[in-house]
Design a protein around this ligand. Structure first.
Ligand SMILES: NC(=O)c1ccc[n+]([C@@H]2O[C@H](COP(=O)([O-])OP(=O)(O)OC[C@H]3O[C@@H](n4cnc5c(N)ncnc54)[C@H](OP(=O)(O)O)[C@@H]3O)[C@@H](O)[C@H]2O)c1
Length: 277
């Protein structure tokens, strides 16, 4: 299989019900999106799968043109459960393989092991069921420990990243290790869209606040996956690819003095997250 080029923007689907996920997947791919993100935890893989089936069958896009990513649910992180649940994901998605399979959280308390869990995913890579292994919500130290004991690369780490959670040191770590940073909640769950600096830059550039947030994430070399339910939001977000922010605008956003983490589930979140950066 040829080298994978990740599209600069993807479609997030957290919290979408299966019928909404089907709709958003179809509309997004019609608009030009070629990267869809779901997870076992979202309980909408069936809807994403139905949407994908429709776009492939109607010729809107070919399977090999769309990057499909899903994630192992924290309760499935033991090696056997990781493999079994991957097969179930493939069935729900109606796919022969997924492009990225992430470990959703470094859930050591639930039986996650760098060597055994990622080793099991490595076997699925060899079998052609997974193209790339991803991790999500991993700290740099956890990635260093994982890379020490596995023989396959980690393709991406999916973490929260938006103008209120800038992740500078983590971004640098990913670049140094050649690991792609996929940025989730890039709009700060819509809360960052009210920020006065973001809105001032949006007005000046005659674009939306969402586009400013997404263009800022892309400018940092990361890959945002905004979630959108309506066609208007899907269109608006995709148009961020056409927005080039000036250095001055980027500096203004960098200088926003806020640190907010919106996603912090108990039990599975890394302990380091409690520290402010
Ligand atoms: N790996 C993880 O642990 C993890 C955690 C969280 C999220 N994620 C992934 O990242 C994706 C995105 O993150 P998120 O859903 O938390 O938050 P987000 O993308 O930052 O924000 C989504 C919110 O913004 C609104 N919105 C989207 N586009 C808009 C626009 N152009 N103008 C105004 N409002 C807009 C959405 O409304 P509408 O729905 O009405 O369009 C929704 O309320 C998720 O869906 C999921 O795939 C992963």
């Amino acid at each position: 299989m040829s080298e994978m080029i990740l599209p600069k923007i993807g479609l997030g689907t957290w919290v979408l019900k299966p019928y909404e996920a089907r709709y958003s997947t179809i509309q997004a791919i019609k608009l030009g999106y070629r990267f869809v993100d779901t997870a076992q935890a979202y309980r909408n893989e069936v809807g994403v799968g139905e949407g994908l089936k429709e776009v492939f069958e109607t010729g809107i896009a070919k399977r090999e043109e769309v990057i499909v990513a899903t994630k192992i649910y924290p309760l499935n992180v033991r090696p056997k459960a990781a493999v079994r649940s991957t097969y179930k994901s493939l069935k729900r998605l109606q796919l022969d393989y997924v492009d990225i399979m992430y470990i959703h959280y470094p859930a050591f308390v639930l039986g996650y092991s760098h060597k055994k869990t990622l080793g099991a995913l490595g076997e699925l890579v060899d079998e052609g069921k997974i193209r790339h292994i991803g991790v999500s919500n991993f700290t740099p130290n956890q990635i260093i420990d994982a890379l020490d004991v596995i023989d396959k690369p980690i393709y991406a780490n999916q973490i929260e990243h938006h103008p209120y959670l800038k992740q500078q040191s983590v971004l640098k770590f990913h670049k140094d290790k050649n690991i792609i940073q996929v940025s989730y909640s890039p709009l700060g769950r819509a809360k960052v869209l009210k920020d006065p600096v973001i809105n001032e830059i949006a007005e000046k550039n005659k674009v939306s606040a969402a586009q400013v947030c997404l263009a800022w994430v892309i400018n940092k070399g990361a890959y945002p996956i905004p979630k959108a339910t309506s066609l208007d939001h899907l269109k608006d977000n995709f148009a961020a690819l056409d927005l080039q922010l000036s250095d001055e605008d980027i500096k203004k956003i960098d200088a926003i003095d806020k640190h907010e983490r919106y996603v912090h589930p108990p039990v599975v979140s890394p302990k380091e997250w409690k520290k402010k950066k």
